[in-house]
Design a protein around this ligand. Structure first.
Ligand SMILES: [Zn+2]
Length: 75
């Protein structure tokens, strides 16, 4: 059986796809399985929250990308 991979970095996690999410460590509801370093923030990745409204109101992917990049550049 295959192992689930981390949704952030793609590394293989110790969990089978069949493993109940309640028995897993590092599973984030609505996001998926994270490997231990990602879940613990050891990789020091920063996150950005994008309002769904911005995505809905920006049908053009290029424009949306530009808006997101502007937010990142300002932070
Ligand atoms: Zn990871």
């Amino acid at each position: 059986m295959g192992k689930d991979t981390c949704v952030m970095c793609g590394n293989v996690t110790p969990y089978d796809f069949e493993t109940n999410i309640h028995l897993r460590y590092g599973y984030v509801e609505g996001m998926g399985q994270l490997c231990q370093p990602c879940y613990n923030g050891e990789k020091n990745e920063e996150f950005l929250t994008i309002p769904k409204k911005m995505i809905r109101d920006t049908p053009n992917d290029m424009d949306l990308g530009e808006k997101i990049r502007n937010i990142v550049n300002k932070s």
